[in-house]
Design a protein around this ligand. Structure first.
Ligand code: UDP
Length: 233
């Protein structure tokens, strides 16, 4: 919360003084555990304000508010993109997210840890597609601050993801089930109509292809180099 909000204030203050353009990397987390599916930018979200994820979610929501206030009141040139789950080579193997966990586990022959029954869904965007969307947003007309969803609308259950990772790595790992974290969103999929219309953007890399490239990178690195002193997964 502190980082999102104070960081935004500092960046916006500086952008106002220097007349810089600001790209706010917002997130699908601002939709919380959504009641609307897929999620368009007009959906205002369902965040549990007192839940364990609220610190991040509410921080990002407040940051969007600040960005728009600086835009309206101080004429700061801003862009807000709402980034959905993203992955790809050079992601941190120990970031604790599902794709890095599954690939790491599969390559080491460890059990793949599914939280819950694996029926919850996510839509995974390959990093090059996301970067292209961000660049297009920065080049969009100044009267279009967004917010704009950037994500891949291909929706998969976590169980499907585990199975694909096992298949693509050729791993003999098994799948095990652990309790689901509190407030873990049930379904998530971006409505990217706005990005298609205003930016002429849509993702190009399907999940299997993106996973292949990511697995190849995971195979090429020395995982020990990345291992955190205190595991966060
Ligand atoms: N997840 C899982 N096993 C893991 C890590 C995550 O089943 O080892 C699940 C998690 O509960 C969530 C989904 O995968 O339902 C995506 O989790 P992640 O932390 O990658 O992203 P987010 O929840 O922020 O979308």
């Amino acid at each position: 919360m502190k980082t999102s909000v104070l960081g935004a204030i500092h960046v916006l203050g500086m952008a106002k003084r220097c007349r810089a353009k600001v790209l706010q990397a917002s997130t699908s987390e601002i939709y919380g555990d959504p009641e609307v599916h897929p999620q368009p930018e007009t959906y205002r979200g369902a965040v549990n304000t007192i839940g364990p994820r609220a610190c991040y979610d509410e921080g990002k929501r407040a940051a969007e508010t600040l960005v728009m206030d600086y835009h309206r009141m101080n004429g700061v040139n801003v862009r807000i993109v709402r980034i959905f789950n993203t992955y790809g080579p050079r992601m941190h193997p120990f970031d604790g997210r599902v794709i890095s966990n599954f690939i790491r586990q599969a390559l080491y022959g460890e059990d793949l840890t599914i939280f819950g029954d694996g029926s919850q869904t996510r839509s995974f965007c390959y990093r090059d597609d996301l970067v292209e969307g961000m660049l297009r947003m920065m080049d969009a007309p100044d009267d279009f601050p967004g917010p704009v969803n950037l994500g891949n609308p291909g929706e998969f259950t976590i169980k499907e993801l585990a199975e694909v990772v096992i298949e693509l790595t050729g791993s003999r790992s098994r799948i095990v089930y652990h309790p689901r974290p509190a407030d873990d969103p049930e379904r998530r999929k971006p409505d990217i109509t706005l990005a298609r219309t205003r930016l002429g953007w849509e993702p190009k890399v399907p999940l299997r292809e993106g996973l292949r490239r990511t697995i190849e990178w995971f195979r090429s690195i020395d995982m020990a180099h990345y291992r955190p002193p205190t595991p966060n997964y």
